[in-house]
Design a protein around this ligand. Structure first.
Ligand code: NAD
Length: 303
């Protein structure tokens, strides 16, 4: 480890149910490796409706206390957007941020879920056909993934969500880009027809987590020419990915997105390059430790 620097860094995660998040530990381990004095606080919030006046006070407090950066998650990702002074281009289009940089009393919002997924995809599935992609789940994470897919040059994107309003909102947010977006009915027949003509499929719905067991795609729809990615990472090897691997598909787990969103936020906060390979190793270790019942948490969330 290099000699410790004089300056210190103060960061935190604002959201509901953030106790089990692996992000604080990923940041602190990376900072430790770099010899930084870096403290990452968990700032738990109530679930449900968000009071903008409360968030404004939180932001003002963070500035006053000398915070350098904040990660932001459910349920305040959207509500924070109008409260920051500046935003990275993707933030307004998506309507959500997950990182706020605080410098000289000013705040800038970023969305590292987008950049994190982009990096995970280019590293993990560098040569796959991006022509026709099915995206399951049009919530906060699905919308970030959709914007990443636009940046990755996907030609046609088929969006499936049980909630048609969410699918419509996602389609509107990526409208006008080079990617043609189509909303697909969440019925067995439509899913079968769409998967049959797709080159790739991404699950950004909660299906596959312990609280939502099973797969959103019947295994008989999977074929070796289709690549399959899941952003769920608890567990890493979801039923969908297990079925896809058994069918001969190239697969990508949710680990890359989780690690690269953290690495991107770390770099924005500190201005220093993160050791992503080491962060991936840390993440694997942290996830493996969770399978030990003595370290299990009661709440199953991916953050
Ligand atoms: P969300 O609740 O905002 O959205 C989930 C969406 O999925 C909802 O719109 C819901 O209607 C839809 N849905 C549920 N079941 C479906 C199905 N069978 N088919 C199609 N759509 C379905 O949640 P979110 O914040 O978008 O997160 C979604 C999942 O992504 C989380 O459960 C988490 O596991 C994962 N996630 C991973 C990372 C990562 O870094 N790897 C980051 C964020 C979220």
């Amino acid at each position: 480890m290099s000699a410790r620097e004089q300056r210190s860094w103060l960061t935190g995660l604002i959201g509901h149910g953030v106790g089990p998040s692996l992000t604080p530990e990923m940041h602190e381990r990376e900072a430790e490796r770099q010899g930084l004095r870096y403290v990452y606080k968990v700032i738990e919030q109530p679930d449900g409706a968000v009071d903008p006046a409360h968030l404004e006070r939180l932001l003002a407090g963070a500035i006053e206390l000398g915070y350098d950066g904040l990660n932001v998650t459910h349920p305040v990702k959207q509500a924070m957007v109008p409260l920051v002074d500046e935003t990275a281009p993707a933030v307004r289009a998506i309507g959500a941020l997950n990182t706020i940089i605080l410098r000289d009393g000013r705040t800038t919002g970023h969305n590292t879920d987008v950049t994190g997924f982009t990096r995970a995809f280019t590293d993990g599935l560098p040569d796959v056909d991006r022509d026709r992609v099915v995206l399951l789940g049009a919530g906060g994470a699905g919308t970030a993934v959709a914007h990443a897919l636009v940046d990755l040059g996907v030609r046609r994107l088929f969006v499936v969500d049980l909630d048609p309003l969410r699918a419509a909102r996602l389609a509107e947010s990526v409208g006008g880009s080079g990617t043609e977006v189509e909303i697909v009915q969440p019925t067995a027949g439509w899913l079968r027809a769409t998967v049959a003509m797709a080159t790739g499929l991404i699950n950004a719905s909660p299906m596959g987590m312990a609280a939502h067991p099973g797969s959103p795609v019947p295994p008989e729809l999977l074929r070796p020419e289709l690549w399959v990615a899941d952003i769920v990472y608890r567990p890493l090897h979801t039923t969908l990915l297990e079925d896809a691997a058994a069918a001969g598909c190239t697969v990508l787990t949710g680990a890359g997105m989780a690690v690269h969103q953290a690495a991107d936020a770390f770099e924005l906060i500190t201005g220093r390059p993160a050791d992503r390979a080491a962060m991936l190793r840390d993440f694997d270790e942290l996830v493996a430790a969770e399978t030990n019942p003595s370290r299990n948490t009661t709440e199953e969330r991916n953050r």
